[in-house]
Write a protein that binds this ligand. Structure first.
Ligand code: ATP
Ligand code: MG
Length: 343
């Protein structure tokens, strides 16, 4: 039976949030637990440098935190290869080779670049100065991440769609230039909820201070949920609410309680007939989130007390990933006619 290669990654820029869980990790678990797939999951630390090169003090700690987040939700090192990007130098070599034939206007027109620039500095001029060669090359590095493992399916959130299109363009260009069909054209794989909102109604993001972490405590979660933007037209508690205008809590009920039609019907009725105010409604939502994530949080605490076990998991994954990466690069050098002379 042929297995399909799965590849995806996350940046060690902070603990993971519910957007990661419902936007990507549920699909990772699906691929890991269904037969016929060979998943590679990477903690992409070089990517963290593209926006925070001047301060690396938190990268190592964040690698550990991400590993804990993955393991506590059920990512299984027996079924998936879990590794750290910078332990695989072949990815950097492929990035360099790709950069030689990637036209510069491909990276310049990349739509996500604007968001990245905004993240760097509120002042547009100051931000522009922080756009490094490495940041511009983000999609080339991501194409290398995927294609080093000849990834065919890439489970990611909606914000990554244009990067996947970019990776397909790079694969196609390589195949065309070197008259081969070596690289697959990687396809994105989205969950039913590919773009989760943060408490402010914008994309939930690690770097936007609008997220609820997988590892948050019950009270952290309650505090955050209280900040959620609701129905802006509902002024007084006695005004009937509108679930269709409720910006964040109602969409989140539909995620957390998606299989509970009776709960959703009750929440809708209580809102629309003004039986409950937004504050109480959000307190209830926080309770549902905490109930859903409690088992993960408990498992995470146990794992955190044994860093050695996590280190061993990553070392094992790094070795396994490196073997595949070496094979790919040796084949790529052969195809490109770049085997070293005279050896
Ligand atoms: P940062 O703010 O540092 O970029 P992030 O929260 O965007 O962090 P990434 O590490 O860039 O996280 O993304 C990891 C994966 O999680 C990607 O597949 C991305 O699409 C997905 N993801 C992140 N945030 C969301 C979200 N709000 N909804 C759906 N998917 C998301
Ligand atoms: Mg991101």
């Amino acid at each position: 039976m042929t297995t399909k290669r799965i590849m995806s990654g996350m940046r060690p820029t902070g603990r993971l949030h519910l957007g990661h869980y419902f936007g990507a990790l549920t699909n990772w678990l699906h691929f890991q637990n269904s037969g016929g797939f060979d998943p590679y999951f990477s903690i992409v630390d070089w990517h963290a440098l593209t926006t925070k090169y001047q301060d690396t003090s938190e990268v190592k700690g964040n690698i550990f935190e991400i590993a804990l987040d993955w393991l506590c939700v059920g990512i299984d090192p027996e079924k998936a290869t879990i590794y750290v990007q910078s332990a695989i130098p072949e990815i950097a070599e492929l990035h360099l080779l790709f950069s030689m034939f990637t036209p510069h206007n491909w990276v310049e027109r990349e739509p996500t670049l604007k968001d990245m620039v905004r993240m760097l500095d509120n002042d547009e001029h100051a931000a522009q100065e922080k756009v490094t060669y490495g940041l511009l090359g983000y999609p080339v590095l991501m194409a290398s991440d995927i294609l080093t493992f000849r990834g065919e399916l890439v489970p990611v959130g909606k914000d990554q769609e244009s990067h996947l299109e970019f990776a397909r363009d790079v694969a196609r260009r390589f195949n065309h230039l070197f008259k081969t069909d070596y690289f697959p054209e990687p396809q994105p794989k989205f969950t039913e909820t590919p773009l989760l909102k943060g408490v402010d109604g914008l994309k939930m993001g690690k770097s936007f201070n609008n997220d609820i972490k997988i590892a948050d405590t019950d009270s952290d979660t309650a505090k955050r949920v209280k900040q959620m933007i609701t129905d802006r037209t509902r002024i007084a508690k006695s005004d009937p609410g509108h679930t269709d205008l409720c910006e964040v809590p109602w969409p989140w009920y539909n995620i957390i309680d998606r299989d509970k039609a009776d709960v959703l019907a009750l929440v809708k009725d209580e809102c629309e007939s003004a039986k409950i105010g937004c504050v109480d409604c959000k307190t209830r939502l926080a309770g549902h989130i905490n109930d859903a994530f409690r088992p993960f949080r408990e498992k995470r605490e146990k794992l955190a007390s044994d860093p050695d076990q996590v280190r061993k998991i990553l070392e094992h994954g790094n070795a396994k990933a490196r073997k595949v990466a070496k094979e790919t690069l040796s084949e790529v050098r052969e195809i490109m006619g770049m085997t070293t002379w005279p050896t």
